[in-house]
Design a protein around this ligand. Structure first.
Ligand code: B12
Length: 340
């Protein structure tokens, strides 16, 4: 009898210990989540969301089918590290969470000469890869300082991470028909970035898809790059791919369809009704120079390497190099009824 009573007592104590332990774990998780949200906001990230690191089943199938259809064009890197790309635990051993963040780049500024070859807003200022990576490193340092032994890595754009899919899982927005992440209060003119960490957080959940019956992006795309039902993009037809990623000559079939874009393209975002909520960013590094905005069409047609190096000193435009931008300018110059 006494033995049984002692056994019950031990059981009760163990149960109490377990309850208190999970309670304090939950409190820690909630505290860590709040801490990261606060620190990220102070660094200028517009939104932060949390998702449990796991294998991306459905997304892996979609990526595989997209790659098998060759829709990635010459971007071979997208087929590399497939296992890591669809499971962050393969990329960061011990990973438990993906912290997804957005960083606004919307600028209402426009190039002065309406005839000037156009450059996408995301490339108006300094290269976002460096600007955002620095902020991510600071955020990780704050997390390690406040929480303790945290292992993790920072990512923005070029790593094998399916950024939009993690942002969807982290509740930051839905994947629009133009395949970009759209947030109902902020639109889509923002970069995505991630921390992949070996810490548990309070996880967010995906939001509803508010594209509904709208198909403005699909109909506005001059090269029909977006699938007729939306949600999939044939990169080989996308002006952004043709002007940035493609190293060969731009295929003749796109003559007259480039709508004067020389680097990137914002058409599928400019027509998106959700971007009426886009607010101007406050990042000094993303401000366009007066020289960039002021250059007239003739200045671009006569662009020299020296001007290229000066105007795009710290810019993402460097990715296409002087020769690549010249190629784009000459190709779109061929579009005009009254070639110069
Ligand atoms: C490769 C790439 C490109 C390629 C291909 C784009 C693409 N849609 O795949 C090119 C060069 C064309 C490109 C262009 C641009 N890009 Co880009 N790009 C990337 C990159 C490196 C990988 C994207 C990828 O994995 N594609 C794989 C294929 C399979 O994706 P997909 O065709 O879109 O299909 C996906 C979904 O549509 C979905 N899906 C497929 N079928 C269906 C069906 C349904 C019903 C649903 C719901 C979903 C769904 O599943 C697929 C897997 O996710 C990401 C960074 C990253 N590491 O994630 C940046 C990234 C997506 N690009 C970005 C940006 C800003 C741009 C441009 C706006 C730049 C510009 N102004 O020129 C344009 C926009 C063009 C567009 N509408 O997408 C940002 C987007 C931010 C945001 N708000 O979403 C990212 C996240 C970079 C960053 N860190 O900020 N890009």
């Amino acid at each position: 009898m006494v033995g049984f009573a002692i056994k019950c007592l031990i059981d009760a104590v163990l149960r109490l210990f377990y309850v208190f332990n999970s309670l304090s774990l939950m409190q820690d998780t909630a505290r860590y989540t709040q801490l990261v949200r606060q620190a990220a906001r102070e660094l200028g990230f517009g939104l932060v969301g949390f998702a449990r690191a796991t294998h991306l089943d459905e997304e892996a199938r979609r990526l595989e089918s997209w790659l098998n259809q060759g829709q990635h064009g010459t971007m071979q890197y997208l087929a590399n590290h497939f296992d890591k790309r669809v499971d962050p635990r393969e990329l960061v051993p011990g990973a438990k969470s993906v912290v997804s963040l957005i960083y606004n780049y919307y600028s209402p500024a426009r190039q002065v000469d309406p005839q000037a070859p156009r450059i996408s807003r995301y490339a108006y200022g300094e290269d976002y890869h460096w600007v955002i990576k620095d902020k991510l490193k600071t955020l990780l340092a704050v997390i390690q300082q406040e929480i303790g032994a945290v292992n993790g890595r920072c990512f923005v754009d070029s790593a094998p991470v399916m950024e939009r899919d993690w942002a969807v899982r982290a509740g930051l927005g839905w994947m629009g028909k133009n395949t970009l992440l759209i947030n109902p209060r902020k639109g889509s003119y923002f970069f995505l970035a991630e921390l992949i960490l070996d810490v548990e957080f309070t996880y967010d959940s995906p939001m509803h898809d508010y594209c509904g019956t709208c198909r403005r992006c699909i109909d506005a795309c001059p090269t029909d790059a977006i699938a007729q039902n939306g949600y999939q993009l044939d990169a080989r037809k996308c002006i952004s791919y043709l002007t940035i990623e493609l190293r060969d000559a731009i295929p003749a079939e796109f003559q007259g369809k480039m709508e004067n874009w020389m680097f990137g393209c914002d058409i599928c975002q400019e027509v998106c009704p959700w971007n009426r909520f886009a607010e101007p960013h406050e990042e000094p590094a993303f401000m366009p120079s007066a020289e960039l905005l002021g250059m007239r069409r003739q200045d671009w047609v006569e662009l020299t390497e020296e001007v290229f190096q000066r105007v795009f000193r710290k810019s993402a435009v460097k990715r296409t190099k002087f020769s690549g931008l010249q190629r784009n300018i000459q190709f779109i110059a061929g579009d005009k009824e009254d070639p110069l």
